[in-house]
Structure formats: C-alpha cells, structure tokens
Write a protein that binds this ligand. Structure first.
Ligand code: NAP
Ligand code: ZN
Ligand code: ZN
Length: 346
C-alpha cells in the first residue's frame, strides 16, 4: 500500500484536520500522481456536512486535482513519468453501460465511482485531492497543458467541465443571451466559457461588490438580484440561465427572466428541493433542466479548449491550514473566484 497524508473530516460535525491513510498500490493500468494543487469546490463543503446524503467518513475531499505523474503501471499507455495530469470528480465507472460507451461516465447506469465519498470496485472508500498523492486508472486521468498556470488549471477539473458541458450541450453561442446566476467558482467559469462561445453574458448576483470583477471576467452586463428595478429591466430576456447557486433560492423569480422557450439549467446543488409553480413554466413554454459535471472525453476536450484559448480559473492560492476560513468565506458567497490549496503547505 502507498502511505498518504491529507486533510480529512472524521465526522460531519468535525473540522478538517491532518490525517494519514493508505492508497492502493499502482496496478498495471494505474498512474500515481504527486498532487501539487487542489481546488476547493462547494461540493466539498456539502459533502463533509452531509448536506446531500450520509457520507463515508473519514472523508478526504477534493476533486480538482493537478500534479505530476511519479509512477506508472506496466500496461499504461497514456502517460509517462514526469507528465502533468489532472483528476476530476470521477475515478471509475462500469465502462459497459450505454452512457459509459458514449463517454458520459458521469451518468453511468451502474454508478460511477466518485473521487472521494464513494467506494471503488474493490469495495474500499475513495479519498480525494486534499492530499499529497492519488492512484487512479489512467483512463480517468487527464492530460494538462504545460503552457497554463498549473494552480489555476485545477478548478477546470470540476468548475470548468460542469459549466462547459451544459453550454456545449445546448449549443450556447452567438445570438444567445446567457445569464449566469451566482458568481462563485462555477459561475466565473460559466462567464468565461459563455463569452468564449460568443454569447451575450449577464451575471445575476447577490453581491453588488462583484460587478467590476464580473466585467473584467468578460461579462457584458451585471444585475444585482436584490434590486427590483434592475431585475424588472431584464424580465423575459434570456435564452438560458445557468444556475450555479449553492443554497436555497426561488427559481420562479428567475424563470420570469427567461424569454419564450428559455431554459433554466441547474448545476448548483442546494440540499433542499426547488419549488416550482407550473405557471412559471407554462406561460412561455419554459424548461428547467440539469447537468452533472462531464464525461472523460468532454473533460479532455474542455482542457484542450482552455489551453488553446488561454482560459484558466481566477484563484486565491491558500495554505491548507486556512481551509476553514475559506469554507466560511464560501458560505458567505465571498469567493474570488476559486480557492486552490497549495499542497506544498500540507
Ligand atoms: P461557490 O463558489 O460557493 O459559488 C456559489 C455562488 O452562489 C456564490 O458565490 C454566490 O454568488 C451565490 N449564492 C450563494 N448563496 C446564495 C443564495 N442564498 N442565494 C443566491 N445566490 C447565492 O460554489 P461553487 O463551487 O461554484 O458550487 C456551486 C454549486 O454547484 C454548489 O451547490 C455545488 O455543490 C454545485 N456543483 C454542482 C456540480 C454539478 O455537477 N452539477 C459540480 C460542481 C458543483 P453571488 O455572490 O454572485 O450571488
Ligand atoms: Zn466540484
Ligand atoms: Zn456505466
């Protein structure tokens, strides 16, 4: 077994703290990655707090993992020692169902294996990227560009693909008015991709202080959602709303901002269910849809797109010992725009 160290929550009530554990030996198709940086996703916080479902503890969060390959199995074809590599939210899937065959491993009919808070095919719990290393099947490791900042590349592995995938699926681009609801980790990547794809992008935010930064990220317009006059001015105007909000919010208000046939795409995952009035949908043939991360082929496509267009996340690099303050700021919506842990501080 491989000795590993990281930060873990021992229970949903306890704070993250240093913890040592073991990972499996590098198998024939596995690679071992020395983790240099790991992004901090709001899903990490949801899961250590059991917001969604009872988790598997001790839990080492982290699914925006980047680093360098330090060991490869005898049958590995995709990587060699010294290559940069990334791991996102998935480390395995059945590979035989229709979704897996289509490269939609995130929708695996037989349950994909999450990078943490999940169990592998060997029945053992998986541990995430707030740690010094990870062992993963080469099929679930991604190639990274050495032209981009490695730390700022980490958030692409979740925040990046989660916003890229729905915008590509619904072919959002020139001629579309796209609203990004919530300007945090996912939201700021949604702005960057929406702009790169040619859409007119409006940020809908609870934080007036983020307006200048939203424009610097490329957004064309900014609406403070607590300002009724600003909200009234954009009623019936958007083709798509990409909803990245992590907490309870009233979707009916935002549905009124869609034009006829508009689509409200949920990627944010609050713990409480949404309550939607039929009248918010039927007056304008509107849809509410959802999208989960992205499959492996599309994640590689997104990373290659980012390398070509020089797109990375705007990050605050943190010492792992400051993870609790980062979570507190995240809960207040004070994220600019992704915390990334420098694993050298572990
Ligand atoms: P984040 O960085 O904390 O950003 C969330 C943003 O939502 C905040 O910055 C804030 O933006 C806004 N917000 C927060 N509370 C709000 C409230 N009560 N009402 C309205 N707006 C509020 O979080 P994240 O990492 O981007 O993740 C966002 C959500 O997506 C989380 O629920 C996460 O679990 C989920 N997620 C889903 C997937 C998927 O596959 N679908 C993947 C990753 C993450 P403003 O200050 O601009 O209002
Ligand atoms: Zn995530
Ligand atoms: Zn499958």
């Amino acid at each position: 077994m491989i000795a590993s160290k990281g930060y873990a929550a021992q229970t949903p009530q306890s704070d993250l703290a240093a913890w040592t554990f073991e990972r499996r030996e590098v198998g024939a198709h596995d690679v071992q990655i020395n983790i240099q940086f790991c992004g901090v996703c709001h899903s990490d916080l949801h899961q250590i707090k059991n917001d969604w479902f009872p988790g598997i503890f001790p839990m080492v969060p982290g699914h925006e993992i980047v680093g360098t390959i330090v060991k490869i199995g005898s049958d590995v074809k995709k990587f060699k020692n010294g290559d940069l590599a990334g791991v996102g939210c998935l480390v395995d899937s059945c590979r035989t169902c229709d979704n897996c065959k289509e490269g939609l491993e995130q929708y695996c009919s037989n349950h994909s294996v999450g990078t943490y808070n999940s169990k592998g095919k060997d029945g053992l719990p998986t541990y995430g990227g707030y740690s010094n290393n990870i062992v993963v099947h080469e099929d679930f490791a991604l190639h990274l560009s050495d032209k981009l900042s490695l730390a700022a590349t980490a958030p692409l592995l979740c925040a990046g693909i989660t916003t890229y995938s729905p915008l590509r699926f619904w072919k959002v681009g020139k001629g579309h008015k796209l609203a990004i609801l919530g300007l945090g980790g996912l939201g700021h990547m949604g702005v960057k991709f929406g702009v790169a794809f040619g859409a007119e992008v409006t940020v809908l935010s609870t934080s007036p202080s983020k307006e200048k930064e939203a424009k610097a990220l490329g957004a064309h317009n900014f609406v403070v959602t607590s300002d009724l006059a600003q909200v009234a001015a954009v009623k019936g105007s958007f083709d798509f709303i990409l909803d990245t909000v992590s907490a309870k919010h009233d979707i009916n208000l935002y549905l009124s901002l869609l034009r006829t046939n508009g689509i409200h795409i949920c990627v944010g995952a609050p713990s409480e269910p949404h309550s939607i009035s039929a009248f918010s949908l039927l007056g304008g043939r509107k849809s509410v849809a959802g999208s989960g991360i992205g499959g492996l082929p599309e994640t590689q496509e997104m990373l290659d797109f980012c390398a070509k267009h020089n797109i990375v996340s705007d990050i605050e690099l943190i010492n792992i010992k400051d993870i609790h303050q980062s979570y507190e700021r995240m809960l207040k919506g004070d994220v600019r725009y992704r915390f990334v842990i420098d694993m050298a501080t572990l």
